[in-house]
Write a new protein. Sequence first.
Length: 114
Amino acid sequence: MHKRPLSALRCAIAVTVTVTVGLSLSLTASAVDPLTVGVVYIGPIDDDGWTYQQEQGRKVLAAERHGVFAVGYASDMAYFGPKAMFTSIVYDWASHCIQATQSLIDHRWKPQDY
């Protein structure tokens, strides 16, 4: 059975409600009774890695708490667990984005494969 994807409007409403509730709860927490706010992303099975990317920082935090090493993905994850970080794959698209943007500004942009 094929499920119909959420419309953009319903997604926007869900995000707005989540952010509003999260902010209102976190802003009302006092210093004596601090509140921990988390985000749970529930998405489609074919979410193109969104859930995977959101979990990377949490995995490094958990690794540091348990005294084991972690491998970061897509960026330097040492911020989340400096003692647990073994290595990270870092994707740096800056040079490609700068070149493409400048060629677009100069009206000489052409599609190309990287």
